[in-house]
Every structure is written in C-alpha cells, then in structure tokens.
Ligand binder design. Structure first.
Ligand SMILES: Nc1ncnc2c1ncn2[C@@H]1O[C@H](COP(=O)(O)OP(=O)(O)OP(=O)(O)O)[C@@H](O)[C@H]1O
Ligand SMILES: [Mg+2]
Length: 263
C-alpha cells in the first residue's frame, strides 16, 4: 500500500467544555479529492486549523508523508507542502492580482516574496522569476485573471476572488490544498467552473490532493472520490457520497437541513 499523504490520528481539540474536534482519524492518498461535509458548527474549519498549525491539538497527531507535523507553527506547515484557503476571503485587496499570487510563494522562496516586495532592488531577480511563475499559474486557472493581473484584487467579483485564492495556494507548490467552502457566494455557473478548475489543476499537478469543505451537495456529488462526514466534532461516516448520504446517522445529522436529501 502506498504511504498516505496525510494521516490524522485521534485528533482532538477542546475549547473549554466544548470538544470541537473529537478523536478524528482518516488518511488521504496522493492525487485524490476528498470532501468534508457536516452541519454548521460541526468542527470542519477547526479541523483545517488543526491540520495547518493554526491550532495545536489537545490530543492526537497530524502526519504528513510519514512525518509528524503536529504542533508545528502555520508557516512551517505551509513550507512542508500544505496550502489552504479560508472560509472568508483573505486577499490583499490593495495589492495587484499578480502580487496576491506571489505572496503564496513566500513559504518556499529564499528571500521571501514579502521581503522582496518591500525591498524591490535587493531581490529583483528572484522577484522577476516569481512574477513570471505567478503569471503562469494565473494563466493556467483563468486567462481573464491573467490579463487583469496588474489590477488590484479588490475589484474582483466573488468567484474570481475564490479562483485567485486557489492560484495563491498553488503558488506554494503544495502537495495538499485545503479549501474551506470554495463555492460560497457562487452561482451555478461559477460552481461548475470551480469544478472544472479543480479537475484541471489536478491533471496538471501530478500527486496533488485536495481536501475540500463544502456545503453545496451538488458539487460534493460531482467532485470527490471520497466524502468524510463530521458531526459534533466526530467523524460519523466516510465513503462514496452516493452511499454515505443514505446512512441514517448522516440523514440524522442533517435533520432540518435538507441538503443531503436534495443532492
Ligand atoms: N477558537 C475557538 N474558541 C472557542 N470555540 C471555538 C473556536 N473555534 C471554533 N470554536 C467552536 O468550535 C465549533 C466548531 O466550529 P467550526 O468553525 O469548526 O465549525 P464548522 O463545521 O466549520 O461550521 P460552519 O459550517 O458554520 O463553517 C463551534 O461550536 C465553534 O463555536
Ligand atoms: Mg467552517
């Protein structure tokens, strides 16, 4: 069996009396898309914060390619190959679209793109090659974003902001990209484009995996090879969406939220 890309082992975090993530175990394999679903407040984003070093777990471990990365600070986790987007958009609105992608390279460049942006002359050469590469990444995702690359990110509509965040995540050359509700604020067409974007990025980056928190069940039904269901911090099911959504405990978790039945 191939080594898992990421393993969560009995991962838990407690905030006072609340166990927000409770003894979660799963493995991700390379070149795979996995979706995480679950009701509001189930602990999905907290799980991402544990994987990416924003929170330190109360118990359990995070293992990346056989290496225990539990408790590493976020920038070190990023440098090891895990990139992410956040549930609420975190772009630098006043910086250009291109600069926003280049910031994603910060984790792996020598001088650091941030330093280079602040001290342009000292790091000119590295900056130039980063700009070229960032342009390439943008072009791969959307020619329109590429054409507009010198415009400020703040002018972009929601769907393009999400796309730009994916570009920024890609810029760190990650092995795993975590997307937290990437389709929020998107209409049907944008969501279909997002699915196409993810498929294309997968095809162009052998070995790259995605872990995607998603509330849009149509997207979940269409995209992933595997679905993990979280409820009250616990993993309550894992498998193919078509099977998982029929499980009584999953239906129960979504009681009052018609999402799984409708998909
Ligand atoms: N830093 C924190 N301190 C205290 N409680 C927290 C903290 N972060 C998250 N929580 C709590 O943990 C639980 C899980 O929150 P989380 O944001 O992970 O849910 P979620 O599944 O992402 O929900 P949603 O679908 O609404 O985004 C919630 O009850 C939340 O209030
Ligand atoms: Mg969340």
């Amino acid at each position: 069996m191939t080594q898992p890309l990421l393993s969560l082992r009995s991962l838990s975090i407690r905030f006072g009396g609340l166990v927000a993530v409770d003894d979660v175990n799963f493995d991700l394999t390379p070149s795979h898309i996995t979706c995480i679903i679950g009701p509001n407040g189930a602990g999905k984003s907290t799980l991402f914060n544990l994987i990416t070093g924003i929170y330190r777990p109360t118990a359990g471990s995070v293992v990346l390619n056989g290496e225990d990365i539990t408790g590493l600070p976020a920038h070190q986790v990023a440098a090891k190959g895990i990139a992410r987007t956040f549930q609420s958009s975190r772009l630098f609105d006043d910086l250009s679209i291109l600069d926003n992608v280049m910031i994603g390279m910060h984790a792996r460049t020598k001088t650091g793109v941030l330093a280079a942006l602040l001290r342009p002359r000292r790091s000119r050469r590295e900056l130039d090659s980063c700009a070229e590469e960032a342009g390439h990444i943008l072009q791969g995702l959307s020619n329109e974003l590429y054409v507009r690359r010198y415009q400020p990110a703040g002018i972009l509509p929601q769907a393009d902001r999400r796309r730009l965040e994916v570009a920024r995540a890609l810029a760190s050359k990650p092995k795993l990209i975590l997307l937290d509700e990437p389709s929020s604020g998107m209409d049907d067409r944008d969501t279909a484009d997002l699915v196409a974007d993810i498929r294309r990025v997968m095809a162009e980056n052998p070995g790259l995996s995605f872990l995607i928190i998603e509330h849009d069940m149509r997207l979940v039904a269409e995209l992933p090879q595997d679905v993990i269901v979280i409820d009250y911090g616990k993993k309550i099911a894992q498998g193919k969406f078509a099977e998982v959504r029929l499980l009584p405990r999953v239906q129960q978790a979504y009681l009052g939220q018609k999402a799984v039945e409708d998909a």
